[in-house]
Every structure is written in C-alpha cells, then in structure tokens.
Design a protein around this ligand. Structure first.
Ligand code: HEM
Length: 427
C-alpha cells in the first residue's frame, strides 16, 4: 500500500475521527450525525436538534446548513465551490504533505466532475450529459422492464430474497453496466468496488475502511484502463465508447468519469429502491392507494426521495466572504455541510415534514438530487428505474413481507440498507 495513502488518511480522516470520538462521547449531536456509528439509523431526530434556530451554524467541523432555502441557495451560489479543503485544524505540515498525495482516479476526487469547479466542470459534464437527457433515458424503458422482469422471475422461483442484493442493487447495476458497454459477467465487481469506495464520502473513516477503498480504486483503475484501450480498438454503441472516441478528456479524466458514472449510477438508485420498500410496507394505506391509482407513482417516488434521501448531505467550500441573514459570516477556505435531508424535512417548505404522504403536492421540490451546476446528472435515469421497479415488485408479490429487521449500512452520507430479507408469494 502506497505510504502517501496513510498520510492522506491521517489528515482527512484520522485526526477528525479523534475529534468525533471525543465529541460523540459528550453527546454532541453533530459528531453523532457524522460519525456514521449512530447517525445512520435515524439521522432525522439529530437533524431536528441541529436545525435549532436556523441560519448557517458554526460547528466544531466547519459550517452547516439545515434549512431548505439556505441549502438551495448555497448549492446554486458561485461563491461556493466543490474542492473541499482538508480541515484547517489539521497541522499545516501534515496538510501540505497530504494535499500532494495523488489517489487512484475515483468518483469523488478531481478530475471527477463531482469535485471540479468551473470551467473544468462544464467541459467534463458536457461530454456525457447528452446520454442522460429525459429523451435519451426514455429510450431505455424496454431494457429496464426486461431487467426487472428477469429479476422478479428469479426471486419468485426461490420464494424468498434479500431485496437489496437480489433486486434493488441489480436493477441499476445492470442498466449502468449496459449503458457503458461492460460485460454482464463483471457486474459483481462493480458492486464490490462501489460499496468499498462509498465510505470515502464520509469523514473520519477508519484506516481499515480507507485501505479497503484504496485497494478497490486501484483495481477499478486497472480494469477501466484496459476497457478504455479495448474501446479505442473496437468501439461499441454505448456511451463510454462515444466518450472515449469523441471527447477531449485526458485518460485520467476518462477514468474518473467512468468510475463516477458507475458508482453514482449504482449505489444511490439501489438506496432509493431499497429505502422505499419498508417505508411503503409500513404505510399500507398509501401502498393500497398506489395499487388502486398507479398514476400516482411518479409523485410517490418524489415523496420517497424527500422523506428518506439516498444522499443525506454534501459539502461546499467557501470561495469568497458570504453573509446570509441571521447566520454567522462565512470565511473563505472553510467548508459548509449542506444537509439535503435537513432541507427535505424543513417545516417551512414541507408542512408536517415527518408525515410520509405520497400525495404531498410539492414533494418534487426536494433537494435529494442536489441543485445548481452539480445537480444530479442521472436523476431521470434513477426516476425511470424506480418508477418501473417499485410498482412491478408490489404487483408481482402482493403479499411481500420483510423477514426480520433490514440492516442499514453504517454510513452517514450515503443512506441505505445492506440487507433486507423478505418472504415472497407471487400471484
Ligand atoms: C436516486 C438516485 C440518485 C440520487 C439520490 C443522486 C443524488 C445526487 C446528488 C445529491 C448529486 C449532487 C451532489 C452535490 O451537489 O454535491 C448528484 C450528482 C451526480 N449524480 Fe446523482 N444521484 C442518483 C443517481 C444517479 C445516477 C443513476 C447517475 C448516473 C448514471 C448519477 C450521476 C451523477 C453525477 C455524474 C453527478 C455529478 C454531477 C456534477 O458534478 O455535475 N446519479 N447525484
């Protein structure tokens, strides 16, 4: 393992982790929300405590915003960027050294568009955006239906399933792998890498988790580099072939873009579908309404996204001095946590926000796909997949029952289940 990785871990995770553990020990709600050990199961009561008086707050780990309008404004304001600095509390020498360590191309580090400010961001996003427009995505409808029908048949034959591994994860991984021209046999690899890299969006992860993520990014890099070489020789009609042959992206940019599309295209949609199942089963009246009036599903998907968002938070860097009404002045160079889950539960925007209501008229205003220049590129694709997967699951297995408590993945940023055993009785 590259020695530089341990320096990066120490600066980005190791020292903040010590801070979390100390503050969590005295019950600090922010440390509890971010530590991933507690905040993942029911982050919402912690968020309500943290929302407090509103406005941007100064926390031991930077600024934080939980109100809808503030979060929306920060995400749309060019005075905030996405290249988030290592915490200034980390000793300068360690910070400087850590900033020079280059990790293998991965979804969340530059040159990934996710971590690039304009103008680089616009160039990278433009080269893939045409594959994700509503029109391009709507052409995938038949493919989505086919994938789902095969998965449901396989689950029906067994009579029981882990709804995450056997269904929620399989739908998006099949779609994104197909869109990008990867062989079906390699899908388990993408899942393994995706789950290994996911914790890197949190702060304060353990050395073991970080090492595992680095090993996955290195393996992913080798695999994707070989795939790019192959597509240069024999291009297919997938979006990645198009990207390799027509865009002006460097090899490192291509590797980051591919890993971002694979990662973002899989885990978040898995979590949307997975989070929806227990929520709908525990609101039987609302599920009955959707069965009777299936035209309500699109709004129901928005309410599912609002109520239990797959990405709970994101981070921005203050680029210029900013002062919002009623909050602390924001100093350049510091980071701001933007709580998407907090925005979605803001009572000013969503009356009675803790009520799950598939008929909520403004559910679609949620911030679960972010907003502004980094707003989710795959939002139409994710919606299309959920819109086919969920009605088909409940239609095929009207008596579906969870078999015990589903277990959450212990992450703070990406919010979803690891396992969800279920008993199925098909029509
Ligand atoms: C329910 C599923 C999904 C959710 C909740 C979700 C959520 C988000 C959010 C919140 C952001 C913005 C992050 C920020 O501003 O810091 C984002 C960005 C992004 N998402 Fe998604 N996403 C989902 C599915 C997908 C899919 C299926 C794809 C592609 C196949 C995708 C590709 C991307 C990309 C490329 C970005 C970065 C855009 C940029 O930086 O310009 N996402 N997503």
């Amino acid at each position: 393992m590259n020695a530089g990785y341990s320096i990066r871990w120490a600066a980005e995770h190791g020292l903040p982790r010590l801070g979390f553990l100390a503050l969590r020990g005295v019950g600090d709600p922010f440390a509890r929300l971010l530590s991933g050990d507690e905040g993942y199961d029911d982050p919402y009561s912690l968020i309500d405590q943290l929302r407090g008086a509103g406005g941007v707050q100064l926390t031991p780990f930077g600024y934080a915003a939980f109100d809808y309008e503030l979060c929306r404004e920060i995400l749309r304001d060019r005075r905030f960027g996405v290249r988030v600095p290592i915490d200034p509390a980390v000793p300068l020498l360690l910070r400087r050294y850590a900033e020079r360590v280059v990790l293998p191309p991965n979804p969340i580090e530059a040159p990934s568009m996710f971590a690039q400010d304009p103008p680089e961001h616009g160039r990278l996003r433009k080269s893939v955006a045409s594959a994700f427009t509503p029109r391009a995505v709507s052409r995938l409808g038949d493919q989505v239906r086919e994938v789902i029908a095969e998965l449901l048949d396989a689950m029906a034959a067994r009579g029981s399933a882990d709804l995450i591994a056997d269904f929620a994860a399989q739908v998006p991984i099949a779609l994104i792998a197909e869109m990008m021209g990867f062989p079906a046999a390699d899908r388990p690899l993408f899942q393994r890498w995706g789950y290994a890299v996911a914790p890197l969006l949190d702060v304060g992860v353990s050395w073991q988790t970080h090492r595992h993520a680095m090993a996955a990014t290195a393996a992913m890099k080798d695999y994707l580099a070989a795939h790019i070489e192959k597509l240069r020789r024999e291009p297919g009609d997938d979006i990645f072939s198009l990207l390799v042959s027509t865009s002006d992206q460097t090899d490192d940019e291509l590797l980051s873009s591919a890993s971002l599309l694979l990662g973002a295209g899989f885990i978040n949609t898995t979590n949307l579908i997975g989070n929806a199942v227990p929520l709908l089963l525990s609101h039987a009246g609302q599920l009955d309404l959707l069965r009777l009036e299936p035209e309500r599903w699109p709004l129901a998907i928005e309410e599912l996204l609002r109520f239990d968002p797959p990405i709970q938070m994101t981070v921005r860097r203050v680029l210029e001095p900013v002062e919002f009404d009623g909050g602390v002045p924001l100093e350049p160079g510091k980071s701001v946590l933007v709580s998407l889950a907090g925005a979605n539960r803001d009572p000013v925007k969503f009356p009675d926000p803790t009520r799950f209501d598939v008929t909520r008229p403004n559910a679609g205003d949620h911030l679960s796909f972010g907003t502004g220049i980094h707003g989710c590129l795959g939002a139409y694709l994710a919606r299309l997949e959920a819109l086919h997967a969920l009605p088909a699951l409940f239609e095929r297995f009207p008596d579906i029952r969870l078999d015990g408590e589903p277990t959450r993945r212990p992450l703070s940023t990406l919010h979803g289940y690891a396992h969800m055993p279920a008993r199925l009785k098909s029509r």
